[in-house]
Design a protein around this ligand. Sequence first.
Ligand SMILES: Nc1ncnc2c1ncn2[C@@H]1O[C@H](COP(=O)(O)OP(=O)(O)OP(=O)(O)O)[C@@H](O)[C@H]1O
Ligand SMILES: [Mg+2]
Length: 309
Amino acid sequence: MDLIVTEGLTRTFGDLVAVDGLSLQVHSGEVFGLLGPNGAGKTTTLRMIAGLIGPTTGTVTVAGERVTDGPKQAQRARRLVGVLPEEVGLYPDLTVAKTLALFARLYHVPPAEAADRIDGLLVRFGLWDRRDAAAATLSKGLKQRLGLARALVHEPPVVLLDEPTANLDPEAATLVRGMLAELRADGRAVVVNTHRLDEAERVCDRVGVLRGRLVAVGTPDHLRDRSKVARLRVELEAWDPAYAEVVAAAGATLVRVDRATVTVDLAAGWAGTPAVVTGLAQAGAAIRAVIPQEESLEDAYLGLVGGAA
Ligand SMILES: Nc1ncnc2c1ncn2[C@@H]1O[C@H](COP(=O)(O)OP(=O)(O)OP(=O)(O)O)[C@@H](O)[C@H]1O
Ligand SMILES: [Mg+2]
């Protein structure tokens, strides 16, 4: 079931089109990564899905509730959504535990359940020892963790996280990835804004590359494959300039030579590997290793984002 549906979502600020005709579906049990450079419209998109700002045109539906139909609908929808905003705003004098208690009340969590749930979140996010500390006294990373706990206190079906691992140490970042896996297993729909490709690759079922408009959508594997070339690294005993012709004759393009290591692109795909290897061997090259080069998601991403400018 699609828990988040946007249709033609567009938001302008004056002359600037921050988000342009975004149509997206995120279903139950899916972690969707919104990836894009600074100013791509990731935060604006998340805020529109959360009903915090209205779109200029287009619609948002979360868990069947049409956020964009009016203030009442937006208010109802907000209860179905947990948000970690880009800047975690906290009441400075409120303690950690009381911050969560306040949000539990605001989101109508039954009082009988709230206490246990809050204790669980405090332990979970490593905030138990600081539960009586005022929010203002927390470090950046701990504020971020409190923001995450706060987003989950009402156990919403839709979770929107704007750069959840920003400011987190590696251990806490691992915790967030574990949390995402649990949210997926629980059947929530999650949108994660991130610049971090390694993270998108590890935790997201699908990724959308945003640059005002959606440049590409797919699984991390799919995005990599879109722009994939078959690239081969051949390690030799020694490079001889005469090998350049051999490589060309075998239907490959020389990308670079670094001492005795040669990198080639195979025009015909991986099937072109034997021709390059036998050609070099026949020309007298001593081959130490033949290594296919996996393209990283980063290469694919830079190709997509660069190409859209
Ligand atoms: N309230 C606003 N008033 C005017 N312009 C805005 C406003 N909010 C966002 N913008 C502009 O809209 C564009 C998209 O901003 P947004 O914050 O959504 O990008 P982002 O992808 O989240 O970037 P980052 O990676 O830096 O967080 C930017 O050009 C930004 O300057
Ligand atoms: Mg942002």
